[in-house]
Design a protein around this ligand. Structure first.
Ligand code: GDP
Ligand code: MN
Ligand code: MN
Length: 255
C-alpha cells in the first residue's frame, strides 16, 4: 500500500458558459463531492459567468496605450485593456508584465483571446478568492461537504520556458506548507523550505484541464488532505516591497 494515493478527474459535460450562468450549480449537478475534495476551476469560465468580457472594437486606446503598442507591434486597444487591468507595468516590451490589484504579476494582465469568441477579450475575474469562497460555501450548503476551491490560470514563469497552471485565488486551504522546523531523513532540522503547495496542486489540475478545446474547465482532486476552513490566499503573494525582482524591474524602468 502506498503512503499516498491521489485520484484526480475532470468534470465532463460542462457547456460553453456565459454571463450569469450558475457555474457552481452546473458543477454540483455533475459531481458527488466528498469531504476534503479539491475543486479547481479555470479562471476562464469564472470570468465568463462574471461577464468579464470586453468587445475589442469598443475600446479607445489612450496615448500611453498607443506608445506601448507601437513597441510591441500589438493592437493598441488590447494594450489599453491591459493598462485598465493593472496597478503597475513592470516590463513594457517585448511583452507586458504587469502587477494586478491584489499583487498577482502576469503577462498582459492575464487577458485571454483564446477560448472566447473572436473580437472579444476575457479579463481575469475581479476577485478570484471571493468567487472561490462563494462556491465553497454553496457546495457546503447544498451537500454538507467541506471542499477546497481553487481558481487557476495558465501562467508563464520567469527563467523557464513554458507555462504552468497556478492558483490566482482560493478558499479552504493554506497556500503554503512550511517545512521549517521539521526534520529531513537524517534528522537535520529544515530551515528554509516553504512549499507553495497551492501552485503544485493548481499545476496538476491545469494539466487535466488542457489548454485547448477539451471543454474541461473544472477538475476534482481527491485524497490530498489540505482542507482548512480558512481564506488566506494572499499569503502566497510576496510583499511587493520585499520582492527583489520587482525592485530590479522598477530600477530598469527608471533608467
Ligand atoms: P485558463 O487557463 O483559465 O486561461 O483557461 P483555458 O483557456 O486554458 O481553458 C481551460 C479549459 O477550460 C480547457 O479545457 C478549455 O477547453 C475549457 N473551457 C474554456 N471555456 C470553456 C467553457 O465556456 N465551457 C467549457 N465546458 N469549457 C471551457
Ligand atoms: Mn488564462
Ligand atoms: Mn489554460
Amino acid at each position: 500500500e502506498s503512503q499516498m494515493r491521489i485520484e484526480a478527474f475532470t468534470i465532463d459535460g460542462l457547456p460553453l458558459v456565459g454571463e450569469g450562468d450558475d457555474l457552481a450549480g452546473m458543477i454540483l449537478d455533475r459531481v458527488d463531492f466528498e469531504n476534503y475534495d479539491i475543486l479547481a476551476i479555470a479562471s476562464t469560465v469564472v470570468s465568463k459567468v462574471e461577464g468579464r468580457v470586453r468587445e475589442i472594437s469598443e475600446i479607445t486606446p489612450s496615448d500611453e496605450a498607443q506608445r506601448i503598442a507601437q513597441k510591441l507591434d500589438e493592437d493598441p486597444r488590447f494594450v489599453e485593456a491591459v493598462l485598465d487591468e493593472c496597478e503597475e507595468v513592470l516590463i513594457e516590451a517585448p511583452f507586458m508584465l504587469v502587477r494586478r490589484r491584489g499583487g498577482h504579476v502576469c503577462v498582459s494582465a492575464g487577458i485571454d483571446r483564446s477560448n472566447i469568441e473572436e473580437g472579444k477579450l476575457l479579463m481575469l475575474p475581479k476577485n478570484p478568492s471571493q468567487t472561490a469562497a462563494a462556491i465553497r460555501s454553496r457546495i457546503f450548503e447544498e451537500t454538507g461537504k467541506k471542499v477546497t476551491v481553487l481558481i487557476t490560470d495558465t501562467n508563464g514563469r520567469a527563467f523557464r520556458v513554458g507555462q504552468t497552471g497556478i492558483a490566482i485565488g482560493a478558499s479552504g486551504m493554506r497556500p503554503l506548507l512550511n517545512w521549517v522546523g521539521r526534520f529531513d531523513l537524517f534528522g537535520n532540522v529544515l530551515t528554509v523550505t516553504n512549499e507553495a503547495i497551492i501552485d503544485e496542486i493548481a499545476g496538476f489540475a491545469n494539466l487535466l484541464m488542457g489548454e485547448g478545446d477539451g471543454g474541461t474547465p473544472a477538475v476534482v482532486i481527491r485524497g490530498l488532505r489540505v482542507f482548512e476552513d480558512v481564506d488566506v490566499f494572499s499569503d502566497i503573494i510576496r510583499d511587493e516591497n520585499e520582492d527583489v525582482i520587482i525592485a530590479a524591474l522598477r530600477q530598469m524602468k527608471s533608467r
